[in-house]
Design a protein around this ligand. Sequence first.
Ligand code: SF4
Length: 236
Amino acid sequence: MTRPWAPLASEPEVPLAARAAATYHALTGIDPVDADIADDDSFDRHILASIIAVARAGGLDVAARVGLAEEDLALLLAERFPRAMMSMLTRGATDSLDEEAAMVRDLLLGQRSTAGETGGWLACMVARRSIEPNHLWEDLGLRNRGELSRLLMRHFAPLASRNTRNMRWKRFFYRMLCEDDGFVMCTTPVCTNCSDFDLCFGEESGESRMADRRREWLSRSVGVSIEGAVGEAVPG
Ligand code: SF4
């Protein structure tokens, strides 16, 4: 039987990457690998869909997982993804941002470089996803780190342009909070003397772990009907 919507997070046989891809497809009508992000509007739409998709793959409380109030998520969906089934995406409780994420959100909101709602939504979403455990670009569901750098340079240019040493973005936020708000991350005033140097400046590129896991799962599924597992929303 073909399902009209992306599989639920509670379906253990479907890995997170496939669930995220299915939700992305349901939002945009295309697979994430096919997204054309040449112009800024298409890029913003891709970014928003990616974040919502990876959040929904983790659970049904999507608003909480993307760091938006339910009414803001509903507005975002109505404006950007009118074909989406809003009632499914907005189901679940909404938590307020924890203290750490709220500090990152305020840091971003204070240094916006675009007008309109999208930058405000993204400040909340990037901040909320920054408390997840992986590289930030992965926890935003993006295809590579370059997309995160472009997002930040586009919407938060005054802040992003200060990352002149190509520091990992999540660590860079905390470094900025150290300087601006007395948040404690740095144990030394000089990076070259710091035992956390690799955490802040280590390799952050490469292929998304999500893509890796999805490919693994697809290769294990040879001979198994993909349609039977996750329905038509999963791209081939
Ligand atoms: S390397 Fe150390 S001092 Fe430099 S930003 Fe990272 S934690 Fe702070």
